[in-house]
Design a protein around this ligand. Sequence first.
Ligand code: AMP
Length: 113
Amino acid sequence: MSQTLFEKIIAGDIPGDIVYEDEHCVAFRDVAPAAPVHLLLVPRKPIPKLAEASDGDSALLGHLLRTAPKVAAQEGCGEAFRLVINNGEGAGQSVFHLHLHIIGGRELSWPPG
Ligand code: AMP
């Protein structure tokens, strides 16, 4: 099966502005930022979308949620940031490799629309 765009960024085959990595995940800047801080936190394992994660991925999903605040703090979000997971085309998912958007660095209104 062909590699996802994010696998290629993680592998260094295409450029990515990586700000964090560990053995399970990588974070890099979104190429089309919606806010001053807009990062994508991506598991190295190419799970296509959240709904396709399995029970065996629970620890990995927990790790992503535990890591996101640390990366947000590292990148200067302060106490306020938003996590977004788009699941499926109808929700705006365009890259089918699970990722958390970490958005911050400005006032964030609610609801997001
Ligand atoms: P989603 O629409 O939730 O699947 O999010 C995919 C995100 O990937 C979008 O916010 C895009 O701007 C971002 N994106 C697409 N290509 C790249 C790239 N080469 N480097 C960094 N971010 C990208």
